[in-house]
Each structure stands twice: as structure tokens, then as C-alpha cells.
Design a protein around this ligand. Sequence first.
Ligand code: IMP
Length: 177
Amino acid sequence: MEGAERFDVMIPRDTIATRVAEMGAQITRDYADRELVLVGVLKGAVMFMADLARHIDLALRMDFLGLSSYGDATQSSGVVRITQDLSHPVGGKDVLVVEDIVDTGLTLRFLIDTLESRQPRSVKVATLLHKPANTVQQVPLDYVGFTVEDRFVVGYGLDFEQRYRNLPYVGVLRPKP
Ligand code: IMP
């Protein structure tokens, strides 16, 4: 990328595409005849959600939720607030939360508790990445793209200080020589 840091590829774009297609096929089977609403968490889940939705062969709805976590750029504090709410009620619907990465699980715990208070028919979770090394809150993950080691990753929606979301692969920042 022009004028930017260099990255090592952790998960190449083809590998992501294959896995996302598999996840979409699985979700299509699991949610047949259900009222599926994909709830994407802004902004990191945008790429994953866009690709995943195209592999789900159902008449689903898509909505987005903005969350802000207090704390520094790379560390989750667990204190989360909604910065942008859903555009439609989810009561009685089958909600599938679409996340970019689950690290400590604190953000997801907050999100699931918030959604469950709105009485949907079900709430499940699809995450592209899971970093189990830092788990603080155990949250059941129904669909996991890849389990990754404890490195700070960027690309395919994931940012470092709001940049690099547009990398077509998941990468790690290469240490400066
Ligand atoms: P958690 O609350 O610790 O599970 O953190 C979840 C959020 O932290 C994710 O939705 C990301 O926005 C951010 N995050 C955690 N790890 C990474 C990473 O390696 N790269 C980029 N963002 C991350």
C-alpha cells in the first residue's frame, strides 16, 4: 500500500473467500424458513457481512449497529455504548450478529445482552475471527471463520487507528527493521 506500513499476510484473500462461502452455505441450511436478520457491527464487520450475505440464499434483512468501546485503540475496556442503533425492531426475529473479531468477548457480551432485552426469537453469532487467548467473557460463538493467535490484525474490515480496513486480506503489521 502506497505510503503506508508493510504487512505480512496472515489469511490470504482466497482463503477468506472459501471460508466465507462455507459459512454462508451453513447459515442457509440452518435458517431455512426463518426470519433472518443479519446485524453487522460497524465498522469492522462491513466487509465480512457484505461477502457473507451474498453466500446466504435466503430472503434475509440486513441492519447495522454502531458500538464504541472506551479504552485505547488496541485494548478493549468492556465499557461499551451504542453510537448508532438498529433501524428496525428485532422482536420475534432470528438475529445473527456479524462481528469482525472476538477478542476478550466483552463487546459481544454487551451486544448480546442488549439484543436479548428486545425479545428476538433467537440471537446467534457469526464472527470472522476468534482470538481465544484473551477471553474474559465466554460467549457462545455459533459460526467462526478462523481461530487466530494473539497478534493484532488488520484488513478485511479490521483497522489500526481507523486505517487498513480496505486491505483484501487479514494481515499483521511487520515490525520496523
Ligand atoms: P473484545 O471486546 O475484546 O472482544 O473486542 C472486540 C473489538 O475489538 C473488535 O470488534 C475490534 O473492533 C477490536 N479488536 C480486537 N482485536 C483486534 C485486532 O487484532 N485488530 C483490530 N481490531 C481488534
